[in-house]
Unconditional design. Structure first.
Lengths: 168, 168
DNA sequence: CGCTTCCTTCAGAAATTTGTGAAGTTAAGG
DNA sequence: CCTTAACTTCACAAATTTCTGAAGGAAGCG
């Protein structure tokens, strides 16, 4: 298949794009994300269509198809991007849904739940009446509080978002 | 200095303590924390006094003083533990303030701010009117919303905490 | 069907991270 | 002051992670 300005995004200043991609990716890495997923994600975020093919990602980031494949697998497990097949082609497109990805961020719920269960076991095994047990119980209570708050907060965001961006 | 059951925590089932420490640390690692800081932190959380000396940490976790030193430096930079000197001794104690450490968790503010500024630059350089620019602007708006919400939420938590644990 | 394009998997090389031992620094206690 | 206990720093070795090239499928298209 032939490449066009539309599919590669080459019409935009590649310098500026790359600067954003590497800078934002670096911040994501700082926060604990692996380098390659971070770069791939940043590239998608900065693309005009909000989606790129594997080949485009490889070319823009100067990495092998294997690296793209691994990064994309990770990102879709985290629900930060979705994969879609281009109809009538073997190419796959990876897409970031602008509203979906940061919802996934707060969906660290899985992690929160695991923290909670580790703490809960700890309280049980060390004794709820020991100083350590009480400390852990308080921490547990905080996370349980968090669970509820995060859900309510996202609901408020959706309202706020609708007001601000809804009418496009 | 001599070691006592009080300072080493050996009166408690070391098996149970270790099981919690390694289990909880593993979850922290999963969430992006480095292994050694995670283990040190979990050990402090599970200690009855809420604090341990360098030597105690080294012995319990079977690691060198150097490893403890590095982990503790990281943890105190993150405001997850504080260091205090034992009066009349060269020993240092590392302490977890039960209420302080998870406040530090939400104090990923530093990271949030950096994300915001990276996004802001991106919007500027790619153009606020481009599709990519609009996507990045929406993400930026989300993080700005988050900033405010997190602060308000922690305030609600403090009230809730006082009601639940205040009267001890 | 077979050719071709594209994605994935896998073994291994390269780079990075992590933890150690040893030397260095600081400060208490005689 | 000198000694010594305790933490820190540093160079390096070990372990782990990350990325690549090559081989192995799957699926469109003739």
């Amino acid at each position: 298949m032939r490449e066009t300005a539309e599919t590669t995004g080459r019409d935009r200043d590649p310098e500026a794009v790359s600067k954003f991609v590497e800078g934002f990716a670096a911040q994501l890495v700082e926060a604990g994300m692996q380098r390659m997923p971070a770069r791939v994600f940043a590239a998608l975020l900065a693309s005009d269509p909000g989606s790129l093919t594997s080949a485009e990602l490889g070319e823009q980031l100067q990495v092998s198809p294997a690296a793209v494949s691994g990064a994309v697998r990770y990102l879709s497990q985290q629900h930060m991007v979705s994969r879609e097949r281009e109809p009538g082609s073997r190419r796959e497109r990876y897409r970031v849904h602008s509203d979906q990805w940061y919802e996934a961020l707060t969906n660290r719920e899985t992690i929160l739940k695991r923290w909670e269960s580790a703490l809960s076991e700890g309280v049980a095994s060390l004794g709820a009446e020991t100083p350590a047990g009480r400390r852990m119980a308080e921490t547990l209570a905080f996370f349980e509080f968090l669970d509820g708050e995060l859900a309510a907060m996202m609901e408020r965001w959706r309202v706020h978002r609708e007001k601000t961006f809804g009418h496009r």
